[in-house]
Write a protein that binds this ligand. Sequence first.
Ligand code: SAM
Ligand code: SF4
Length: 354
Amino acid sequence: MQRSEIIAWLRESNEARLEDLWRRADLVRQQSVGGAVHLRGLIEISNHCIRLCGYCGLRVDNRELPRYRMTADEILACVQEGVAFGYGTAVLQAGEDPGIRADWMADVVRRIKTESPMAVTLSLGEREREELALWREAGADRYLLRFETSNRELYERIHPPRGTRYSGSGQVSDRIALLGMLRELGYEVGSGVMIGIPGQSYDDLAGDLELFRDLNLDMIGVGPFLMHPETPLADPQQQPAVPPGEQAPASELMTYKVIALTRLLCPRTNIPSTTALATLNKRNGRELGLVRGANIVMPNLTPPKYRIHYEIYPNKACIQESAGLCHRCMDARIESIGRTRGSGRGDSPNYVAR
Ligand code: SAM
Ligand code: SF4
């Protein structure tokens, strides 16, 4: 698919043609990764973060947010709950938190791998090569790190280097290089973007989709950008401008288009139907994602007392629920669209083939 064709799909509004896109994406999903929906138990292990991302409520400058870091025993209790629910993977996610020491994290990974059959996915931000290598040696299977946008100028504006107040002399952030390093270390590698970031054009979004294909990713997560009032991007003065008619909308429809096109461009990758999408359409956003290309859901295992403080954006779906409620809700949604729950680890066919 050429860039012009991708852009045409992103701008498409004809319902019959869009129905055709959904049908094609669903067919390719069935042929490439099958009908099973794999469940990943999400554990949000810390909301401390040293970064100043212009889009995220966990940014260090948000002093309104009570901060927490889970203990190893609390994490292991969540993992055991996930095992009881039949999940094949635990996803450990956090802000970029140096309080998560590398050796402590390696011990937690080792405990999960010895005390459960779970695959372990980490999503802990930009960490040093030695740390990523240590966690891989401890048994971590996968790593998620979204590149957020392929437009380098926009990326630098909304994702300032570590150790600076907004751009300048800090350590430059190169998530694409980190994705290469993760692959070298033997991880199953995931990335993704936000859709409709202020300053992100249709052309940028088409570039994101091309980069997914070029990076040959094993997992690709996309979701709408959702404005958080305590972030710079909520201030119109600080929003990067694009020419009239070029701004990609942060809409539900655009999210389905990006999911469907991702499936067509990267047939064997694992694609989640995300919480951000479910936040825009709490009634059936997850299901629509699953019938338009996605094959993964991530029920939340984080204890409710912490979950409410993992507020990357407001009105997040599933923020009040317990793990048990989330589990039953996801099960019912999978059943309602006539799909089955995946069993086992649900490795990406792309990774297995490699
Ligand atoms: N700190 C790690 C990192 O940045 O990779 C992992 C946690 S971070 C909260 C996970 C993802 O949340 C980010 O990669 C970003 O795409 C998404 N996110 C952050 N703020 C968001 C917002 N306002 N709307 C939608 N997604 C957002
Ligand atoms: Fe921190 Fe990740 Fe949020 Fe950036 S996106 S502020 S690194 S939690």
